[in-house]
Design a protein. Sequence first.
Length: 215
Amino acid sequence: MAKRSGTAPPGHTLAHVMASLEGRAERWGRNYAEFYTLIGRCIAEWAVLEEWLFKCCYECLGPYEQSAIVYYKQPGVEVRLTLVDELVRSVLPKPAKKSGSHPHPFVKAWEDVSKNIRSLLSVRRRLAHQPVSEIKNYLGYLGVVAGVADPIFQVHASQHERLREREAEKKPLFKPDLENHLKRLAEVTLELEQFYEMLLARPSKSPPPSEEQSP
């Protein structure tokens, strides 16, 4: 029987393992920073979107100080969006007939924008309230010399939150998910900005209701 060599296989020396671990630590720091930077950019873009949402509120409600009080008293983006939705619809042209007529193009534009905003709210809530953690790849640690232990971060429901069935079914958010969210959020923010310009150019306010329409 051949005797086992006392020399470590190529690539498995202590120095090589330590170098691999140092390389992983560097990648960990880089991936960690990139992931949290993406979260920060998403939150910052939501702040920009809210600026335009408030401008829509102000344009419909006015004056400025009272608009700010009413808008920022609402607890959260979803409730604020519901407020602005009602205000915007109150100042946009109404259909000529109550049934059978198409909505004004400005109304259709607002419906599209508000629908797109609502479609992004779920991810926003997760970014604001769910924890971030690294996927633990213990097999990767054992095979570190093969370079298979690259760190991956995720936004995910907490152990307690996963007790709710609908939360348990949600998949974690990874870096590509955040990149896609940021891209889509920037597009929707631009749509809202463009709608605000339409709101400024809207037709004159509707005349007050006639006596027959008054309560």
